[in-house]
Design a protein around this ligand. Structure first.
Ligand SMILES: [Zn+2]
Ligand SMILES: [Zn+2]
Length: 254
């Protein structure tokens, strides 16, 4: 039986969804740089004139190599949506950058410049989803689930802000919709994940798990530029309040 999943980028629902790994490189090496004195193809590293050594994970077109430490699987509706995502985050780099530096890190400079790879292009593992039991490709996405101790839903206004503190505060308010609800979530302290190695094939399954087990699911999200993101039993209600087409868009943890 095929299930409909929503595209994490545009929100369209489809049974023909695709998985793509979104990667944020640690750094890019410019292999044409004169400041690189040695390039060991076998060991996949380069040595600079000043003696520093840098490894890389794979070669890229146009004489560059990138170092990758994690790859997060995400769901898209189509190849054109993948292209649109990449275009949205693309940057124009100076063609002669290799004359100025042998290495550059967009990440360290605060820019999110992702790459996308298909699961068949990289070695990965298939994991079984803790919610639906279906397998999905993963490399380094980790999930943690925390039981919610209590919740209070308090009507409020965006400009006034919440009237009191709690461990996590979510809201369905935006500039267009300044009146809505603050969701005050509290957890047992110190916050410890529930004793279970949970993994989810999709945000849909994280959401269903959070409703069924009254918990919050936390993970790293590369659609959200590498932020820590959460899904709670209120996620759908909140996205509907925000008029988001993608009704299970995770919330960025601040
Ligand atoms: Zn899409
Ligand atoms: Zn699932």
């Amino acid at each position: 039986m095929s299930t409909v999943k929503q595209c994490e980028w545009c929100g369209s629902g489809t049974v023909n969804f695709i998985y793509r790994f979104i990667i944020e490189p640690e750094y890019t090496l410019y292999l044409r740089s004169r400041m690189i004195s040695y390039h060991d193809h076998q060991r996949q590293n380069v040595v600079l004139d000043d003696g520093r050594e840098f490894e890389y994970s794979f070669l890229q077109p146009n004489d560059t190599a990138i170092q990758v430490t994690e790859a997060i699987p995400h769901i898209f509706c189509s190849e054109s949506c993948v292209d649109n995502f990449l275009e949205h985050h693309s940057v124009i780099t100076n063609k002669s950058i290799h004359e100025k530096t042998p290495i550059y890190s967009f990440k360290q400079e605060g820019y999110f410049v992702p790459l996308i790879v298909e699961p068949r292009e990289v070695s990965h593992r298939e994991y079984i989803c803790s919610q639906c039991g279906i397998s999905f490709p993963n490399i380094s996405k980790l999930f943690r689930a925390f039981l919610i101790k209590n919740v209070e839903e308090i009507p409020g206004n965006l400009n006034d802000g919440p009237t009191y503190r709690s461990d996590i505060i979510l809201s369905d308010m935006s500039k267009e919709n300044p009146n809505g609800t603050f969701y005050h979530l509290n957890f047992n302290q110190p916050m410890a994940p529930i004793d279970k190695m949970v993994k989810f094939c999709s945000n849909e399954c994280s959401f269903d798990f959070s409703v069924r087990n009254n918990c919050m699911v936390m993970f790293k999200d590369n659609i959200m530029k590498g932020a820590s993101a959460i899904i709670s039993p209120f996620t759908k209600k909140i996205n509907i309040g925000l008029r988001n087409r993608y009704t299970i868009r995770p919330h960025k943890l601040r």
